[in-house]
Design a protein. Structure first.
Length: 88
């Protein structure tokens, strides 16, 4: 059974999500704008997916940035099932 963990950052608007993704990619961080998984119902319907290995850098950026983000979730995918835990 394949197990995968990653983080999601949600935003109140699509514009904010797209702007944050663009900025983080310029900082050479491995992030991707994705549709919000159905297990989470929040924000604008888009989220930034962050790999575990770069999350601490992204988290530092979140705390220091002027971007308005909503929530942070840790997701774990086991087989076809996704479990989400809200962190912030």
């Amino acid at each position: 059974m394949q197990q995968q963990q990653y983080y999601l950052i949600t935003f109140a608007s699509t514009h904010a999500a797209m702007a944050a993704e663009s900025f983080l990619k310029k900082e050479d961080l491995n992030v991707k704008l994705i549709p919000l998984p159905s297990v989470i119902s929040a924000g604008c319907g888009f989220a930034i997916r962050v790999q575990v290995e770069v999350f601490s850098s992204v988290e530092t950026w979140l705390k220091q940035s002027a971007f308005e983000w909503s929530k942070v979730y840790k997701l774990e995918k086991v087989g076809s099932r996704i479990e989400a835990k809200q962190l912030k």
